[in-house]
Design a protein around this ligand. Structure first.
Ligand code: GLC
Length: 483
């Protein structure tokens, strides 16, 4: 049984274009920042389990009174809203989503509903979300608030992962109250507060543990008079919201619904001092192209520390992405999913501008023989050239598709973008495997996504295209998966 608001909220509110800027944006910054940045992954000398930073209160079973004391130590004097917003802007990001209250229940804005907030409970006493809101306004950045509407480990009625099942609430000094009471006296008034006091464009719900239909209906109500606000799908199951939220993975193909991948640069959302497993800039730049080529947005996370500093490796990666975006952003903004099923050498995004059709070829694996084959493309473009330096390249149609003549060296070894312009429509014969008359589908090796487990190139599986038949070579480790 789906309940009444099983619908895209834009249908309810009659505002049809609210997703326009979001689809155009394709790239945003996620910020997980809260009291958990103080312990930074260590409690009483014990390190929290892997991949766990903002979950420290839950995983270390920290009593409420002890966790609350972190507020008195939270004094992020290095916080500078302008710097954060400019860093995102320079990276080519168009929106920021920040934790207004994570599962630990601490409000990062000045809440009149609970004193457990950054202004009333910390020596810092500044409303960082107000400062960010104003900086976003100054620099034309859209803003979203993450709000943990169900899980709240601080309020005695908030839900928590594994409640009811194997785990009793860890702090036995707390007299528990009902979930309804929590929603009525904390979550709902805070949601109303956020929506009426701050200029937000997105509300980002999370982890609907214990959420009931009745409570979800109440929480969604204040959105009805804010038809421009976009909401994700995590309020309540099976509510779809305005977009889906694949977390920490890139779906192999896109969806027929708006979607946004949220992804960390290392392994943790909130700051954790010992998490040094950073994804490379190369991985992240290609990831952005990959997500756009499937029609989605990428929300890339940072976890600032307790001084208000963004970890240097994150800054460097954002700057590297920004350098790539300076040249290539038109291949990301406002693009739609690739018209090709699969491309061996990389990805494709597309766009329509007036009567012109544009294809952007994102080349990750540069051809060794100076010929880049665009399989199945039957129309010759009126223009083909690199975005870098606007250098034109020559191309010709063949029975395999369009063959583009390229120099031996990739202009950008991470992702060189070649733009193809068509004055009208183009035709592509799809290379998507079809079923034979018995219903069998042969999946050629080139259709596979290879998920390497190890980072050392010599230990990675790869697609070998040097022989008559393509095959996946060097697949020696059973942790390597192919999908
Ligand atoms: C999860 C986690 C959380 C993080 C979020 C980001 O659901 O509970 O800590 O905020 O994912 O998507």
């Amino acid at each position: 049984m789906y309940f009444s608001f099983y619908a895209n909220t834009q249908d309810l509110c009659g505002a049809n274009h609210k997703m326009d800027w979001w689809r155009e944006a394709r790239f945003g910054l996620f910020v997980h920042w809260g009291l958990y940045a103080v312990p930074a992954g260590v409690w009483n000398g014990q390190t929290t389990p892997k991949w766990n930073g903002e979950w420290i209160m839950h995983s270390m079973k920290i009593p409420v009174m002890d966790y609350e004391k972190l507020a008195t130590q939270f004094n992020p004097v290095k916080f500078n809203a302008d710097e954060w917003v400019l860093l995102a802007k320079e990276a080519g990001m168009k929106y920021i989503v920040i934790t207004s209250k994570h599962h630990d229940g601490f409000a990062m804005y000045h809440s009149a509903v609970s004193q457990y907030n950054i202004v009333d409970a910390t020596p810092f006493k500044r409303d960082v979300l107000r400062e960010l809101e104003q900086a976003c306004k100054r620099y034309g950045m859209k803003l979203g608030f993450y709000y943990s509407q169900a899980q709240d480990w601080h309020h005695p009625g908030g839900s928590y992962k594994r409640d009811e099942q194997e785990m009793k609430y860890w702090d036995t000094s707390v007299t528990r109250v009902s979930f309804e009471q929590y929603v009525e006296e904390l979550a709902l008034p805070q949601v109303k507060e956020i929506l009426s006091n701050y200029a937000v464009d997105i509300i980002w719900w999370d982890t609907p543990y214990g959420m009931t239909e009745a409570m979800a209906t109440k929480l969604i109500e204040p959105l009805n008079c804010k038809p421009h606000i976009i909401a994700n799908n995590r309020l309540y199951r099976p509510w779809k919201g305005d977009f889906e939220t694949p977390e920490q993975y890139i779906p192999p193909t896109g969806f027929d619904y708006d979607w946004e991948v949220c992804m960390t640069m290392n392994n943790t959302w909130g700051y954790r001092a010992d998490d040094n497993q950073w994804k490379s800039s190369e991985t992240l730049i290609r990831m952005l192209a990959d997500v756009a080529s499937k029609g989605g947005n990428l929300l890339l996370n940072i976890g600032p520390d307790a001084t208000g500093t963004i970890p240097q490796p994150s800054v460097e990666r954002l700057q590297d992405i920004g350098a790539w975006m300076k040249i290539n952003s038109e291949a990301i903004y406002g693009t739609s999913a690739s018209p090709f099923f699969k491309l061996q050498w990389g990805r494709c995004t597309r766009k329509k501008e007036g009567s012109e059709n544009l294809l952007y070829l994102h080349v990750f694996n540069w051809p060794q023989n100076g010929k880049l084959i665009v399989p199945g493309l039957k129309t010759k473009p009126s223009y083909a050239g690199f975005l870098q330096g606007n250098q034109e390249v020559s191309c010709a149609l063949s029975d395999k598709g369009l063959i583009i003549t390229v120099p031996n060296q990739a202009p950008d070894p991470i992702n060189t973008v070649i733009k193809l312009t068509f004055t009208g429509d183009y035709t592509i014969i799809s290379n998507k495997p079809k079923s034979d008359n018995k219903g069998n589908i042969l999946l050629p090796a080139f259709t596979a996504d290879i998920h390497n487990f190890l980072t050392i190139p010599a230990n990675q599986a790869y697609l070998n295209t040097e022989n008559v038949f393509d095959y996946i070579a060097n697949w020696k480790d059973n942790r390597i998966k192919v999908s």
